[in-house]
Design a protein. Structure first.
Length: 26
């Protein structure tokens, strides 16, 4: 089972991404 952050980063859970680059998703 993946952690909640892993699922958001993978795009499996809808989220509001306010900043994203090659290393960071916020």
């Amino acid at each position: 089972m993946e952690c909640i952050f892993c699922q958001i980063a993978a795009g499996k859970i809808p989220s509001d991404i306010i900043y994203q680059d090659e290393e960071v998703v916020a």
